[in-house]
Design a protein around this ligand. Structure first.
Ligand code: ADP
Ligand code: ADP
Length: 232
């Protein structure tokens, strides 16, 4: 479903070149819940940004559902993102002036979906993430875990094939993190949602199917997560 072939990303910092990715290869199947782990600065966020079409490789190819995304023009990329990809950030990135529901429907509005459809859909997704009672609340009224669940609902409103999450639990305590990870696991097991998550917490492995380990801009190992396999 996702094929990554020899992807590099070089950042030019004045005269200095930073090699954030040095030839990444991997493939991720539909329905997998994959973690990306590794030390700070190893390239995890850069890789996730590239897979989520928020950044482009310096060289190499990324194919998502048969589309070589490097060939898309900017406008086509935005459309592809809206139709196929959802993205969750560690700082939630909600719009504080808007209600929970208004935040969640933003990507559906951007896509031009009919209001009666996405309003109903937003209620269903908010119920699914356990926020059916928070629809008209605003960000300041919500806990960190609730804010992240709003962000997850927003990422899912267009029913994307792939959900990306960049350290979604970095600002949450371990109990709240567990709630978020359980939600991811449920989305993955019950609905076959493909999830790709960057994390540096070892214990998150128990929720995932597979972990890719990054080091110095390369994937230098991977592991199938036994606890998940036994559960299925
Ligand atoms: P990780 O997510 O594993 O911490 P990153 O992908 O954020 O790693 O960064 C990989 C390397 O690329 C680091 O050396 C980082 O400083 C550098 N880097 C990341 N983003 C930029 C940027 N926008 N400009 C310059 N260097 C960057
Ligand atoms: P993470 O915590 O996910 O590893 P970082 O905190 O390293 O991410 O980076 C946050 C943002 O800053 C990212 O968008 C990344 O591209 C950018 N960034 C990281 N390192 C650098 C750098 N050396 N110079 C400029 N931007 C950077």
């Amino acid at each position: 479903m996702i094929e990554v072939l020899d992807v590099t990303r070089v950042y030019q910092m004045g005269l200095v070149e930073v090699q954030a990715l040095r030839g990444v290869r991997c493939s991720i199947q539909q329905g997998e819940f994959v973690g990306i782990m590794g030390p700070s600065g190893s390239g995890k966020s850069t890789l996730l940004h590239i897979l989520g079409l928020l950044d482009s490789p310096t060289s190499g190819t990324v194919t998502i559902d048969g589309t070589d995304v490097g060939l898309l023009k900017e406008q086509e990329k935005s459309e592809f993102r809206l139709n196929h990809l959802g993205y969750v950030f560690q700082d939630y990135a909600l719009v504080p002036e808007l209600s929970v529901r208004e935040n969640v429907v933003l990507p559906a509005m951007a896509r031009g979906a009919p209001p009666d459809t996405y309003l109903k859909e937003s209620e269903e997704i908010l119920r699914q993430v356990g926020l059916g009672h928070r629809i008209d609340h605003r960000q300041y009224e919500l806990s960190g875990g609730e804010q992240q669940r709003v962000a997850i609902a927003r990422a899912l409103i267009n029913r994307p094939g792939i959900l990306f999450a960049d350290e979604p639990c970095a600002n949450l305590d371990s109990n709240t993190s567990r709630t978020i990870l359980n939600l991811f696991r449920e989305l993955n097991e019950k609905y076959g949602q493909t999830i790709i998550m960057v994390t540096h917490e070892e214990w998150h492995e128990e929720f995932m199917c597979r972990v890719l380990y990054m080091k110095d801009g390369l994937i230098d190992g991977e592991k199938a997560c036994k606890m998940r396999e036994n559960k299925n």
